[in-house]
Write a protein that binds this ligand. Structure first.
Ligand code: GTP
Ligand code: MG
Length: 344
């Protein structure tokens, strides 16, 4: 014992009591500790974890500017009207939750900010070194333990982020908007595979029908019943792979239209999310998603700890030395990696 341990535990205890007791200031502080990976973070998470597991987690992803933050705000208002509490995590360096939003959006967000049933948090993506997924999961765990009924996680859909959100969320919404060349983008990112609900936001904008049709056509081809398979980049028809009663039990991915700025379609979207939640529970799919989430959490924790150990145990300058030796072909990267790993 060096005296550090008990002090850390006490600090964590006070935060745990605050989070469980609904103290917003302590909740905000607890989230900061987790986000900054403070010394008490893992004691905090260990104590909070048994209180988590009640919230329904909703992932919201899509290309920049499709209206995700606006839609999340509108959705949160609908949940409040339905009597449920909402935690919001926005992983977004340019988030209007922290500034940059139009005045109308800010007024709406401020209305939410004054509501004890809503808690919003923006997280920066910079300097995350691949640990963003873990930190997000940890922040969700804190909000979950704090008792929020629904937790909405917004990420900008570029590359890996949208795939990761699907392993963090129970229900994943993919947001598209007219006129962004979305049709092509959606295919490229394989975004349909992760969507439980597809949303065309900005339905008041020109080109909406075209986007809607393109998405529905792709769903017909690719999703909902797997009547086609991909083979060397081509879609091939598979003859009746699914029994009809089995087909009835499947979740049907549909395309929904919203105008987040005036709430059009947002209550319908909320109801569809709730329908998905019920389907998850009744079909047994919820257990599968929980397994996926837990496996993902465990892997993230191990990865983060290994990264920390690697960074802590490799002497400063040794990596650069090795790189130079390898460049001169005096060493090879395989034995160099083995040498470095032996230090960990
Ligand atoms: N016309 C119209 N504008 C919208 C709608 N939803 C959002 N907007 C506007 O679109 C702009 C971008 O909205 P955001 O909510 O910041 O979009 P975002 O997807 O969160 O953006 P990033 O987080 O930067 O990727 C804002 O000016 C919104 O007011 C909509 O349904 N219709
Ligand atoms: Mg946003």
């Amino acid at each position: 014992m060096n005296g550090v341990e008990p002090r850390t535990t006490t600090a964590a205890d006070a935060l745990v009591a605050g989070v469980l007791g609904g103290n917003r200031l302590l909740l905000a502080r607890a989230i900061s500790r987790v986000e900054n990976q403070a010394p008490e973070a893992s004691a905090l998470l260990t104590a909070l974890y048994p209180h988590s597991g009640q919230a329904h987690i909703i992932g919201v992803t899509g290309a920049p500017g499709t209206g995700k933050s606006t839609l999340v705000t509108a959705l949160a208002q609908c949940y409040r009207a339905a009597g449920l509490t909402v935690g919001i995590v926005a992983i977004d360096p340019t988030s209007p939750f922290t500034g940059g939003a139009l005045l109308g959006d800010r007024v709406r967000m401020r209305a939410l900010a004054g509501d004890a049933g809503v808690f919003m948090r923006s997280m920066a993506t910079r300097g995350s070194l691949g640990g963003l997924s873990k930190t997000t999961g940890d922040v969700v765990t804190v909000l979950d333990a704090a008792g929020f009924d629904r937790i909405i996680v917004e990420t900008v859909g570029v590359g890996q982020a949208e795939v990761e959100i699907a392993s963090t969320a129970h229900t994943t919404l993919v947001i598209e908007a007219p006129g962004l060349g979305d049709e092509v983008q959606a295919i490229k990112a394989g975004i349909l595979e992760i969507a439980d609900i597809l949303v065309v936001n900005k339905a008041d904008r020109p080109g909406m029908d075209r986007t809607l049709r393109a998405l529905e056509m792709m769903l017909d081809i690719e999703g909902n019943g797997a009547r086609y398979v991909r083979h060397h980049g081509q879609l091939l028809r598979v003859e009746s792979p699914v029994e009809s009663d089995e087909e009835d039990r499947r979740w049907k991915v549909i395309v929904m239209k919203t105008v987040a700025t005036d709430n059009t379609g947002v209550e319908e979207l909320r109801q569809r999310i709730e329908a998905h939640r019920h389907w998850l529970m009744e079909s047994g799919e919820l257990a599968l998603r929980q397994q996926l989430r837990i496996a993902n959490t465990l892997e993230n924790i191990i990865r983060a700890e290994l990264n920390r150990r690697i960074a802590a145990s490799i002497p400063a300058g040794r990596l650069d030395e090795l790189v130079e030796q390898i460049r001169r072909r005096e060493r090879d990267p395989y034995s160099a990696a083995a040498e470095l790993l032996s230090l960990v």
